[in-house]
Design a protein around this ligand. Sequence first.
Ligand code: SF4
Length: 180
Amino acid sequence: MGKPKIATVWLEGCAGCHMSFLDLDEVLIDILHQVELTVSPVTDYKDYCFPKVDLGIIEGGIGNEEQLEIVRHLRRQAKIIMTWGDCAVFGGINTLRNWIPKTEVLERGYVTSESTVNGVVPIHAEIPRLLDQVIAVNHVIAVDVYIPGCPPDPEVIAYSLTEILNGRLPVLPGEMIHFD
Ligand code: SF4
């Protein structure tokens, strides 16, 4: 039997959750010896065409139509879905725009910001359309494991991955889900 396959995706987030994954340092090497990392920003994979995987990991909330498609596709391909970080778990800081109409958000970003000259809101078939609001991953697909935090502590990531590699869905102890 081959190694368990993992895919990770970076949606509407800052990449901090993936940085926390890299912060596992030498533990990361142990984990990577035990798995096959397939589609991931870490492998510089740019086409989200997922193979069948044992674990799909999602960083970031869902703020546009492309991200909706990515999570639906990953859900179909992954036995277990884990959400990493507050953006994926709750929507996170991205939801600050949810109180503002989408047209105003786009105008502010592309036209009226202080550093913009002759700006226009870009419209192109290859630019994914924004959703009206940013939503958490579990608003769209079933999620099996939630790892909150901004970013999640590397120790919590290591614990949850180790539990999954040992055939258990991780249940985070209390001390892992609050700050001291
Ligand atoms: S949860 Fe925090 S660290 Fe992770 S993507 Fe969101 S803002 Fe970045």
